[in-house]
Design a protein around this ligand. Structure first.
Ligand code: FAD
Length: 470
């Protein structure tokens, strides 16, 4: 036994690895050749094709503890999988152990106390369903098949953030398994520095096995949807939008899409395939108030379609699901945008529709409001002052096109750099290296994160992530 533990993971046959973990593990164990392995190693981004030696599908905290201790003992590289959505593909690894949390979907809502306890395998659609049963919500992402875990640990931007803050701002505590295989609870009162770090610092400090969220009354019906304008009017629409956005109430969050309209049932047929600028909005308050707030959005140009209407919050959350299916090839470049100067608008208009794939798109999130009201030092999440987050998404299916598709996103991103703040939202990073992770946090905060990493993970056991090196 001792002899085997000294051999590297590469020398050990995958089935032998599983046999080593089996006695301590209740969930499913999958290795190359096993039924279910091929599906389990796939994630949202079809461009990621990694072959783990073992996938350990955890059923609970005991499995997570066992998997961490086992990986330490055998010195296995470890990837941690929540919803499997990260574009960089950090949920899976080659020749190592994937600690797959996706079977852990337990959730408890306390309607009176307005709290939710959520396990890390939940997706946002599943989470929202439980909280909306009581007319409550925590700010989440804008696609229902994104994981609660990774999104929360990186920050979490979405429709409710300008009113209720980032997802991580609504976190009240976490249960976390640290690199040395210990189980701790972190909150404002217990392990407060660790709690600071998990609110934006990603998966660097341990595996979160439970998230406690504060909930807010939302909907169940909200005023939400998009107004679509022809791309030919984009410059005018953006100039009018920038004035509108500065004065928009905090209840209202808007998100801009610059793209060719996809053939989705939510969009009228006459816009399918058309180059459009779509301004989507969600009002986190009474519908009648929302009508007043969105009225100017309907007058930015000549609308091709007006889809803003009262809708169930859970239905609105699913609006974009079909536009970003699992298995296509995705490549993202992102930065915070300092604003819509005339020069920035000129670049956006010149580049956003000039792509080799009509599935590709550019998305711009309006930040501000409650995101900015929380202090920059209150959590590891960085960039609260930024007014917008720009994310250029190349989307295609043929591997032969990889180079051309990536080149479009990179070229567009380079052209937008003069209008960026210098920061970037960590959850929108691809595999871009240490400098970009530093840029995501800024120098001072990065040092504080390094100190925390030294304390909780000095050997960099959790390194397949947007890594903060100890
Ligand atoms: C289609 C799509 C839409 C998106 N929309 C939004 C959005 O609206 N708002 C937004 O903020 N972001 C959004 N994102 C980005 C998203 O926040 C990140 O991709 C995030 O990493 C996804 O989390 P996940 O659990 O699904 O991913 P995974 O790939 O499973 O996890 C990503 C990383 O998080 C860490 N991790 C995951 N679970 C745990 C855990 N329990 N404990 C410790 N570490 C863990 C690991 O390091 C892992 O590699 C979107 C992404 C996609 C693909």
């Amino acid at each position: 036994m001792r002899e085997m533990s000294r051999r590297t993971h590469i020398e050990i046959a995958p089935g032998e690895l599983a046999a080593g973990l089996r006695p301590a593990f209740r969930g499913e164990l999958l290795w190359p050749g096993e039924a279910g392995y091929e599906a389990a190693r796939r994630i949202w981004n079809g461009a990621i094709d990694r072959r783990p030696a073992l996938i350990a599908r955890c059923t609970g905290v005991a499995d997570v503890l066992a998997a961490v201790r086992f990986a330490r003992e055998r010195e296995l590289p470890v990837a941690v999988r929540g919803g499997g959505h990260n574009v960089a593909g950090t949920a899976v690894c080659d020749a190592g152990l994937v600690i797959d949390l996706s079977p852990m979907k337990g959730m408890r809502v306390d309607p009176a106390g307005r709290r939710a306890h959520a396990q890390p395998g939940l997706l946002w659609g599943e989470f929202d369903r439980e909280t909306q049963a009581f007319g409550l919500a925590a700010p989440g992402g804008i696609v229902t098949h994104t994981g609660v875990a990774g999104l929360t640990l990186g920050g979490g931007i979405g429709w409710l953030m300008r009113k209720h803050g980032l997802t991580c701002d609504n976190l009240r505590s976490v249960d976390i398994v640290t690199a040395d295989g210990q189980f701790v609870r972190a909150s404002a009162a217990e392990h407060p520095e660790l709690f600071w770090g998990v609110r934006g610092g990603g998966g660097n400090f341990g595996i979160v096995t439970s998230f406690e969220f504060a909930l807010h009354p939302v909907g169940p019906t909200v005023l939400a949807g998009g107004v679509l304008y022809p791309a030919a009017e984009a410059a005018q629409v953006l100039r009018r939008y920038r004035e509108y956005a500065e004065l928009a109430p905090e209840e209202l969050t808007t998100i801009l899409f610059l793209r060719y309209a996809p053939p989705l049932p939510v969009l009228p047929e006459h816009v399918h395939g058309q180059p459009v600028i779509a301004i989507f909005a969600c009002y986190a308050g009474p519908v009648e108030e929302g009508e007043r707030a969105v009225a100017p959005l309907r007058r930015l140009g000549t609308p091709l379609a007006d889809l803003v209407r009262p809708i169930a919050y859970t239905a609105h959350q699913g609006t974009f699901d079909a536009a970003v299916p699992h298995g296509l090839r995705y490549y993202w470049k992102s930065d915070y945008l300092a604003g819509f100067s005339d020069a920035a608008i000129e670049q956006l208009v010149a580049r956003a529709w000039d792509m080799p794939s009509r599935k590709s798109y550019t998305i711009i999130f309006q930040l501000g409001g409650a995101v900015r009201r929380t202090g920059e030092d209150d959590a590891a999440f960085s960039g609260r002052e930024a007014p917008y987050a720009l994310n250029i998404n190349a989307v295609w299916s043929d591997p032969a096109e990889d180079e051309a598709q990536v080149a479009w996103a990179r070229g567009f991103w380079e052209a937008m750099r003069p209008f960026a703040t210098g920061g970037v939202y960590v959850n929108f990073l691809g595999a871009e290296g240490e400098d970009r992770v530093r840029a995501a946090y800024g120098a001072a905060k990065y040092q504080r994160l390094v100190a925390l990493k030294r304390r909780y993970d000095p050997t960099n056991f959790f390194r397949l992530n947007q890594n903060i090196k100890p």
